[in-house]
Write a protein that binds this ligand. Structure first.
Ligand code: GLU
Length: 428
């Protein structure tokens, strides 16, 4: 998102440079991996319901495809920028590599606020995005998926447009499709559940378990909702969530010290994760400022909204009790905040590991689609748990043995895999 003084792409490059030094990567490999292989910028003219035309700006970045076709979501956000999409495409490359699935990294975006668009306008925008990029994506090149403010319905419209252009069925063009239309059971839960699988392992390493913990969550979209659900199933308590208020154009934190009730909150939440203030107050939730989630006296913090939320300023507010930060969002923590977190010894499950459950399940969707045979939900979630746990253990083992910060250990594994793939292909 466009935030003054913060550039997510510079942050992603800074993180990469640190690991490139650690791995002593040669210059051509650094040059290749420091920026996307390809990027596309385009205009999408959309006929609005009132007959007028609005032109939206769209992007797709393909960061790296040495390990397989590019993979990553499409975000709809009013403050989307090309640098955000570049950073996110890079993080997708590391994400697919750290969980060891045969995919590269890509990301797309449209500068728009879907709150202001009717369903028909959203459909035309989705179809327009596909028409603009159809020649450069596809099952064997670059496979989109849902992300911030996009959902399975958007994916289906996009698929339908792609298939109309090519005159055949290409279910492999996109993932995150609705169940019954080529989607996988468990895909909706996958990112939030995957996050909690890694959190469970982190707690286990500390000799603890979810049951004895209290968590504060930032965000109340798909990732946050399912993370909260599984934490609840594991017996843990979540005392607050924060979310964007569309009417006031600001965010609030909703707190109940005895623990929030997910099902109750969901009845007063819109499809973008916005909670109705008046109804929350009637249900006796305290309404605090949007950034209050970070200063809660809890064991675990889960930033599951956007990038740049734990930065040089906000990191100071983290209470001494906090032992784990599990990053549901992409890029929530800046390198400046990381330095403080390292010093304080807070255990971090870094973003591209913690939130890799979504893309892992997208990979399962591809596998099932290729076989044209779909697995029961339990099988999908068990496989997801296996993949996430294995990836977590590989990272934490390396972190322990080489005395590395968890984020650096995850980067070492991911970047080495991608650098090796580039070298083995003879690119560098
Ligand atoms: N948008 C999700 C992410 O950031 C999922 C990407 C995918 O499934 O391709 O990981």
């Amino acid at each position: 998102m466009a935030v003054k003084g913060f550039n997510p792409f510079e942050m992603a490059q800074k993180q990469f440079d640190t690991v490139a030094d650690l791995l002593e990567l040669d210059q051509p490999t650094r040059d290749l991996l420091r920026q996307p292989l390809r990027e596309y910028h385009f205009n999408i003219p959309v006929r609005m319901d009132d007959g007028s035309v609005r032109v939206f700006r769209g992007f797709r970045c393909q960061h790296n495809d040495a390990r397989g076709p590019c993979k990553g979501g499409i975000r709809f956000h009013p403050q989307e920028t090309i640098d955000t999409v570049r950073a996110l495409s890079m993080w997708m490359t590391w994400k697919c590599a750290v969980v060891d699935i045969p995919l590269g990294g890509g990301k797309g975006g449209v500068v728009c606020d879907p709150h202001d668009l009717s369903p028909r306008e959203q459909e035309r925008l989705c179809r327009g995005w596909v028409r603009a990029i159809a020649q450069d994506v596809g099952p064997l090149r670059d496979v989109p998926a849902p992300d911030v403010m996009t959902n399975p319905q958007h994916m289906l419209w996009m698929l339908d447009e792609f298939e109309a252009i090519y005159g055949a069925k290409y279910p492999g063009f996109i993932t995150g499709k609705p169940v019954g239309m080529g989607g996988s059971l468990g895909r909706t839960e996958a990112t939030g559940y995957g996050l909690v699988f890694t959190l469970r392992e982190a707690l286990r390493e500390m000799g603890n378990q979810c049951e004895n913990t209290v968590t504060a969550v930032q965000g109340f979209g798909n990732v946050a909702q399912y993370a909260i659900k599984l934490i609840g199933r594991f017996g843990g308590k979540v005392t607050c969530v924060s979310c964007w208020d569309q009417v006031d154009r600001t965010s609030y934190t909703y707190r109940k010290k005895t623990g929030i009730n997910l099902d109750e909150l969901l009845t007063i939440t819109d499809r973008f994760g916005g909670i109705d203030k008046a109804k929350a107050e009637a249900l006796e939730y305290e309404r605090l400022p949007g950034d209050a989630w970070i200063e809660q006296d809890v064991d675990i913090l889960i930033p599951a909204a956007l990038e740049n939320q734990i930065n040089a300023e906000t990191v100071k507010k983290i209470k001494p009790r906090v032992k784990i930060i599990a990053e549901g969002a992409n890029g929530p923590t800046t390198p400046e905040a990381d330095a403080v977190i390292k010093e304080r010894g807070i255990f971090v499950v870094p973003d591209f590991l913690a939130n890799a459950g979504g893309v892992t399940c997208s990979y399962f969707e591809q596998v099932q689609g290729n076989q044209n045979y779909f697995w029961p939900k339990e099988e999908v979630l068990n496989k997801l748990d296996e993949k996430m746990t294995a990836a977590f253990l590989a990272v934490s083992e390396l972190a322990r043995s080489k005395k590395l910060f968890m984020r650096d250990a995850a980067y070492v594994i991911a970047v080495s895999r991608v650098a090796n793939a580039c070298r083995d292909r003879g690119w560098v």
